[in-house]
Design a binder for this molecule. Sequence first.
Ligand SMILES: [Zn+2]
Length: 377
Amino acid sequence: MTNALLTMYSDCGCIDDAWRVFNSNDVLDVISYNSMILALGQHARPKEAVELFKRMKFSGLIPDEVTLLNLLSAFNHAGLIHEGLHLFDSMLDMEGIKLTYQHYACVIDMLARSGEIEESMKTIKEMPFEAETSLWRIVLGACSKHGDIETGIKIAEMLFEMEPYEPTNYILLGNICARLGRWTEAEKVRSLMEKRGIDGDDAFSWIEMGQTTHRFGVDDRSHPISEEIYRNLDRLIGSIKAAGYVPDTSFATHSTEKDRREESLRYHCEKLAFAFGDLASPSGDTLRIMKNLRVCGDCHSAYKYFSLVTGRKIVLRDNHSAIFVVAQKCLKLQALHPQRFLYTKVFSSLMSSTLEQSILQPYTQCKQSLERRMRGK
Ligand SMILES: [Zn+2]
């Protein structure tokens, strides 16, 4: 029960409350430690995860496969590739530990995301398991991010054979072509999707307000106050542009004209969800937004500026289970480390900063203020 509560707090972005639940446990067993190490990993606090791992061993408990997987994920989320690989190598010699598919998948994800595409492909070939399509898709996503078109095409062709009707495969390949400015190829991928009758616009984001969940698709105008939402989003985009935001059109998948590419980014579902949340909640409230697919780079950039111009803290979760807490400080960090800027790195710096208390307003408090606001309407 307490472990479920701990996980719930962690999922809501309230890591301090998760710690409180963990520390209030009378009996700490392997499952409690595993849950807390997982939570710390999701919140990009690898140092604390390692400390807790040491504490677990010191208490006499024997870490199992899940403990090591959670620790490995913690390194992965924080982009600590050397630490992750070191742990993985040492696991090969650990007595009583049997490496599972998940351990390999985590290491392959880690390698691919850090740009070591070749090494990740090598690990896929060498591992004693058959790679699932979801793992290939992770590497394909990394090819898109790091501009490796050769490997990307190879993986995409294989995925088209294995799953001819999975839209993400087409979108990812289209993204690689678009990011490299190869618009003719990008259009070809799009028309192939159309020919096969695949709907690529299945991304959606949602936000909870009071008892209601508000869901938004891309370019979605079905919400009852859609007109106000679009007006607010246009206003927000104007403000963030004035603050320095430049739309990253390499994340647009269609059209060859710059203006139209910019237009196609403007009404992404996560931007619509934010514009709605901003309208429907008191200023200064933290907004918690979810997305069914991975958040695109342009939206992540826009979110940092949304936070800057509205003064709001934002918790944005996507299907990659990571939680991004966005705040004004992101911008300063990006300016300090332009090359090393990664969601996870920024997140990890943020989480260890003194801002932590103010960013992670407890979920219940946030809910209460929302409910008060909804009742007042
Ligand atoms: Zn986007």
